[in-house]
Design a protein around this ligand. Sequence first.
Ligand code: ZN
Length: 286
Amino acid sequence: MTSGAQTAPFRLAVDIGGTKADVALVSSDGVVRRRARVDVRGNLSLLDDLIATSREMTLNAHVLGAGVACAGPVFDEGRRVSPLNIPQWRDVPLRGLLEESLQMPVGVDGDVRALALAEQRFGGAIHRRNFASLVVSTGIGGALVLDGRLVHGRTGNAGHLGHLIAVPEGHECSCGSRGCLEAEASGWALERNLGGSPHNADADTRRRVGELVGRTVGSTLCVLDIDVCFVSGSVALGFGDSFFQSANRAAADVAKLSYCESVTFVPSALGEDAPLLGAACVGWDS
Ligand SMILES: [Zn+2]
C-alpha cells in the first residue's frame, strides 16, 4: 500500500470481483491516491480482510464515505449480495456490515452499473444523458443510463445485456437459459469453443463476437432510444477493430428506424482505474 499525508476529502472505493478485490482512496477529481488488493477466490475471511484493509487505508485520511462496486447480482441497494462468481458469499448483508464496521455511509451497486457512473462523471459520457455501458470480458455485463439517470429497475439489476438471447437454442448459460450473449460471446464461452485463451481467437471468431454483440445490444439500444454504447473488457478491447467494426455493421443492420440509425459501439474512455472510479462514483451517488 502506498501512503502519505492525505488531507483532501476522499471516497473509499472498493471493487469486488471473482478473483480479487481492490481497495483505494479516490479524490473528487478522479485520482486514485492509495490502493491495496485482497484475494477473493477461496478466501473464507474475505469480509474481514476487506474491513481490515479499508480501516488501514482510511487511517489519517479525510474520508467522507465509501462506494462499493460488486459482482452481481446485488439486491436492495447492496443490503444483500450474492455474486455468482463468489460462491462463499450468499445473501451477504454487505452494505450494513460495512457501514457498521467502518462507521461511514456506504453505497453498493453492481460493477458494470458502477462503470456507467464513472463513464458519465469522468469518461466519454460527460455530456450525454443517454448511453449504455457494456463489458465483454470473462462474462458480459451492461448498464443503461436514460434521461441522465442510471436505470435501476424493480430489483436494481436493470441492464444485464449479457443475457439477451443471441443464438436461439444455443449453448447453456450460467443464468440457466440457453444462447445468451454471455453463453456465446464471453471470454468463458470462447474458451469453451476454442479450447484455449480467447486472446488466440482467429479473425472469424473476433468478427462473430462483434456481430453477436452488435445485433443483440444494437436492437435493444434502438428500443431504448440510446445511440451510443461504451465498451470495455479484455475480450472486446483485445479484439479491437475487428470487434468494433463488426459490432457497428451488425447494429446498422438491425437498427433501421430513423432515430436510431446512428447507434454506435465505441471503446470506453476510462483507463485502467475504471473499476475503482466506478466504485467511488457509487459512493458519491448514494
Ligand atoms: Zn444467460
